[in-house]
Structures are given as structure tokens and as C-alpha cells.
Design a protein around this ligand. Structure first.
Ligand code: ADP
Ligand code: C5P
Ligand code: MG
Length: 226
């Protein structure tokens, strides 16, 4: 795993014209199957490392529920089916949230002079999102990949479904989400693996243990970025 971006394909580097500069704004993608524990670990990382946590799924659900949203019904359908919302919508929501966070976090130590650190959770779910975000919003520095077996993820999601109120925490939607994960998101992880930008973490153990491994992976990386 390389903390720098030397391995970005030349073709991409040549056309990089991003909204945020990856030298000051650290973007860490957080991937793994549904129920792998992405959100849980992000919450811990926010406390431990002063990240701002942006969950693409949470942003989509908020947009779905926003009155007057022209995308509300469309998002609801995609989420229930476990399919990937067209990237333009998700990327715009992320970009807006990043701009807002850079403004509100200005006074924090890791956020002075336009710098910042973001966990982009549940994104990019598909290759087109990955390329578009890296090229036009901010080149990601690292991907945290939480590796977990389907049986464990299924039981976690069914447990979460008892209280989450989520329309997709049911067996039918979960099975569809597993298929989409395998077919569309796994290739994204493989793409970043080839670039040496993935920290793979086994997330089958308890939350504290997974966090310990996460902190070990991210600490040297953030040190190098200083
Ligand atoms: P994701 O964001 O990857 O879909 P969550 O962080 O929401 O996953 O976790 C899914 C469910 O599993 C939640 O109810 C959470 O409390 C639980 N959970 C998360 N990590 C672990 C873990 N390491 N061990 C047991 N349960 C976990
Ligand atoms: O990450 P989370 O489990 O909250 O995502 C819920 C749903 O939101 C996904 O199954 C998908 O329908 C949608 N989503 C998406 N694109 C993303 C992230 C989430 O379409 N990048
Ligand atoms: Mg989540």
C-alpha cells in the first residue's frame, strides 16, 4: 500500500482538474459489503482522527426524504432494489457536503488552511463513480476495505433491521445488495488494489478489534500526509 499517489495512471493525472486538492484534502474511501461494519468503524474514526464522515447512503436517504427533491422517488426505488443510484446525483451530494464541512470545520487542527480529512463511506460502489470522483472532485488517497463473509453480514443486517427502519434491511433486498456488491463494487476494490491504495481489514471480529486494525492501518498513512 502506498500512501502517495505516484501510482495514479498517467492518463488520469494528465486530466486531473479536481474541485479539492488531494494534497491538502485527504479522501479515504470506505468499502466492503453491506453490513461489513463500515459505518460503525467510521464513527470511531471520527472520534479518533478528526475525520468528517460522509456516508453516500445516508446522503441519498436524506435527499430522498427532502421535500421538493426531484430525485426522491427515484432514489427510493434504487435503494429498495439495492441498485446503484446514477453517479451524478451521489457525487453532487458528496461534493456539497464536503464544501460545507470544510467551512464548518475550519477551526479544528486538522482542518486549517483549507486542509481536511474525509471518510467517504459506501462509495465508490461502481467503477464510473470511482473514476469520476477521482478525476473531478478529489483524488482519493486510500481505500479501507472491510472484508466480511456473507453469512456474518446477513445476520448483522437482519439484526440491524429490527430497529433501523431501513427499507433495504430485509432478506429480499439484502440478497440483491450482495449481488450488486459482487458484480459492481468488487471490481472497484480490485482497481484500487492494483494501484496499491487499499488497506484490507478483516471485519468479522468484534468492533474493538476491527477498530484496532483500522487505526494501525491509518495512523502511518496520516503521519506521512502531514
Ligand atoms: P455497513 O455500514 O457496512 O453496512 P454497519 O456499520 O451499519 O455496516 O454495521 C451493520 C450492523 O452490524 C450494525 O447493526 C452494527 O452495529 C453491527 N456491527 C458492525 N460491526 C460489527 C462487528 N465488528 N461485530 C458485530 N457487529 C457489528
Ligand atoms: O451504504 P448503504 O448501505 O447505506 O447504501 C444503501 C443504498 O444506497 C445502496 O444499496 C444503494 O442503493 C444506494 N447507494 C448508491 N450509491 C452509493 C452508495 C449507496 O446507489 N455510492
Ligand atoms: Mg452503512
Amino acid at each position: 500500500m502506498s500512501p502517495d499517489n505516484e501510482k495514479v495512471p498517467r492518463k488520469i493525472q494528465a486530466i486531473l482538474q479536481t474541485i479539492f486538492d488531494h494534497k491538502s484534502v485527504v479522501v479515504v474511501y470506505v468499502l466492503g459489503g453491506p453490513g461489513a461494519g463500515k459505518g460503525t468503524q467510521c464513527t470511531r474514526l471520527v472520534k479518533g482522527f478528526d475525520f468528517v464522515h460522509l456516508s453516500a447512503g445516508d446522503l441519498l436517504r436524506a435527499e430522498q426524504n427532502r421535500s421538493n427533491s426531484e430525485y426522491g422517488e427515484m432514489i427510493r426505488t434504487y435503494i429498495r432494489e439495492g441498485t446503484i443510484v446514477p453517479m451524478e446525483v451521489t457525487i453532487k451530494l458528496l461534493e456539497n457536503a464536503m464544501t460545507a464541512a470544510l467551512e464548518t470545520k475550519k477551526g479544528s487542527p486538522a482542518w486549517s488552511n483549507g486542509s481536511g480529512r474525509f471518510l467517504i463511506d459506501g462509495f465508490p460502489r461502481k467503477m464510473d463513480q470511482a473514476l469520476k470522483f477521482d478525476e473531478s472532485v478529489c483524488l482519493a488517497s486510500l481505500t479501507l476495505y472491510y472484508d466480511c463473509d456473507e453469512e456474518t453480514m446477513l445476520s448483522r443486517l437482519l439484526e440491524r433491521g429490527k430497529t433501523s427502519g431501513r427499507e433495504d434491511d430485509n432478506v429480499e433486498s439484502i440478497k440483491k445488495r450482495f449481488v450488486v456488491y459482487k458484480e459492481q463494487t468488487k471490481p472497484v476494490i480490485e482497481y484500487y488494489e492494483k494501484l496499491g491504495k487499499v488497506a484490507k481489514i478483516d471485519s468479522t471480529s468484534d468492533v474493538d478489534e476491527v477498530y484496532k486494525k483500522t487505526a494501525e492501518a491509518i495512523t502511518p498513512f496520516l503521519e506521512k500526509k502531514k
